[in-house]
Design a protein around this ligand. Structure first.
Ligand code: UD1
Length: 369
C-alpha cells in the first residue's frame, strides 16, 4: 500500500517550497500525497495566486485558521491539524520553512508519534526576537528527518545535538521553483509594463515586525527609501502587514508621494520574480529574496541586523545594512562596485528530487520487516 504523505503549506513563502516537492512526490508510486493548507494566509494575492502560478491543485485539507496573535494562530493550527491527523493518520508529515504553520503542524504530528520531515532545516539567525527563529529551532528539534540547504545549516544542527543520521543536505528548494517557472518568468516584461527600463530600478519588500511594527523605525526607513528613490526609481509591492502599519502611522501618503517611489499590491510569484529578475538591486527584509538575488546575481541590500542565510553574504550578493546605509549602498551599486556572486553548492534546481529520494529511502526502511 502507498505511504500517505502530508505536505503542509500555510503562508506565502511556503508555496514555492512545497510546489517542486509536490511535483516530485506526485510521480512516486510508493506515495499518496495530501496537500494541507493551514489558511495562515488566505487573501488571493497572499495564497491562491501562488497556488495558481506554481501549478498546485486546491488543497486536500484546508484548515482555514486565518490571522491572530502568535499564540492564537499557532494554537488554532495545532488543534485543527491534530483533528485531521487523528481522522486519517499519515505515514509522514513534511513541513517547510519557518512560519507559524511549520511549527504548529510539526508539533501536532510529533505529539502523535508521526514522523516529521523539515525542508529548509538548520538555518539560524541567532536572534530569538524573530518569531521565525523560535519556529526554526523548535521545528528542527521535533523533526525526524532534516533537509538542509547548505553546509552551515547542517553544522548548526550538529552543534545543537541533533544526530547526524537525521540530517541530509539536499540543497535549496527555492531554485527549483525558479527553474520550474523560468520560461514564464522570462517571457514577462515586468519593467516594460511599469514604464521602467530593465536594470534601471530597485525592488523593495518589507514586512518583518522588527522593521514595520515600530513607528520610529518605520519612519526612519520611509525617509531612507524616499532619499534612495532620488538615485533610482523604487517599486514596492506592499505586504498587508506593512500596508496597515503605513496607513495607521500616516506614512503611506509620505511614501507614495515621494518622487520615484511606486507602491503596488502584493504580487504573485511569476510577476514578482519577473520584476526582480530585471531589477538593478533589491532592498528587502525577506529571507527567500536574499537567496533568489544571490542566485540571479542581483545586489541585495537587507535591512536587518542578522541573517539566517549567511552563504548569501559569504558567497552571494547580499549585504546587511541599516536604513542610514541604504543610500550609500545604492551609490555603490550604481558605480558597479558591488561584489559578484558564486552560486552555492546544490542550489541547482534538483533539490526536490533529492528530498523525494531521501523520503523514499526512509519509508522503505520503516516498512522492512
Ligand atoms: C508571516 C510569517 C513570516 C513570513 C511572512 C510572509 C510567521 C511568524 N510569520 O508573517 O515568517 O515571512 O508570513 O508573508 O509565521 N494578512 C492579510 N491577508 C493574508 C494574511 C495576512 O491581510 O492573507 C494580514 C493580517 O492582518 C495579519 C497580518 O497580515 O494579521 C500578518 O499576517 P501573519 O500571517 O500573522 O504574519 P506575516 O507578517 O504575514
Amino acid at each position: 500500500m502507498a505511504a500517505v504523505v502530508h505536505l503542509v503549506a500555510g503562508a506565502r513563502p511556503n508555496f514555492m517550497k512545497v510546489a517542486p516537492l509536490y511535483k516530485a512526490l506526485q510521480r512516486e508510486r510508493w506515495c499518496r500525497l495530501v496537500l494541507v493548507h493551514t489558511g495562515q494566509h488566505y487573501d488571493w494575492e497572499m495564497s491562491d495566486v501562488f497556488l495558481r502560478d506554481l501549478g498546485l491543485p486546491p488543497p486536500d485539507l484546508a484548515l482555514g485558521v486565518g490571522s491572530g496573535t502568535h499564540g492564537e494562530q499557532t494554537a488554532r493550527i495545532l488543534m485543527a491539524y491534530e483533528k485531521e491527523l487523528l481522522a486519517e493518520r499519515p505515514d509522514w508529515v513534511v513541513v517547510v520553512g519557518d512560519v507559524n504553520s511549520t511549527l504548529a503542524c510539526a508539533l501536532a504530528a510529533a505529539k502523535l508519534g508521526i514522523p516529521v520531515a523539515h525542508l529548509e532545516a538548520g538555518l539560524r539567525s541567532w536572534d530569538r526576537a524573530m518569531p521565525e527563529e523560535t519556529n526554526r529551532v523548535l521545528t528542527d528539534h521535533l523533526a525526524n528527518l532534516l533537509w538542509t540547504p547548505s553546509l552551515d545549516a547542517g553544522e548548526n544542527l550538529q552543534r545543537e545535538g541533533i544526530p547526524s543520521q537525521r540530517i541530509e543536505r539536499v540543497g535549496n528548494i527555492m531554485m527549483d521553483a525558479y527553474e520550474m517557472l523560468r520560461p514564464r518568468i522570462e517571457e514577462k516584461r515586468a519593467a516594460d509594463a511599469l514604464g521602467l527600463s530593465p536594470r534601471g530600478y530597485g525592488v523593495v519588500t518589507l514586512h518583518r515586525p522588527e522593521n514595520v511594527d515600530h513607528p520610529e523605525r518605520l519612519t526612519t526607513i520611509v525617509g531612507a527609501l524616499a532619499e534612495t528613490a532620488r538615485l533610482a526609481p523604487l517599486v514596492f509591492p506592499v505586504h498587508p502587514r506593512t500596508r496597515a502599519r503605513l496607513e495607521s502611522g500616516g506614512l503611506g501618503i509620505r511614501l507614495e508621494s515621494a518622487p520615484g517611489v511606486r507602491l503596488l499590491p502584493p504580487l504573485g510569484y511569476v510577476s514578482f520574480m519577473a520584476l526582480v529578475r530585471e531589477a538593478m538591486f533589491v532592498i528587502t527584509d525577506s529571507g527567500g529574496l536574499q537567496e533568489e538575488t544571490t542566485y540571479l546575481g542581483i545586489p541585495c541590500l537587507t535591512l536587518r541586523a542578522a541573517t539566517e542565510r549567511p552563504v548569501t553574504v559569504t558567497q552571494g550578493t547580499n549585504r546587511l545594512i541599516s536604513p542610514e546605509g541604504l543610500r550609500p549602498a545604492v551609490e555603490q551599486v550604481l558605480k558597479g562596485a558591488w561584489p559578484r556572486s558564486r552560486c552555492p553548492e546544490l542550489w541547482d534546481g534538483c533539490t526536490a528530487g533529492r528530498a523525494a529520494r531521501s523520503l523514499a529511502a526512509r519509508v522503505e526502511a520503516s516498512s522492512d520487516p
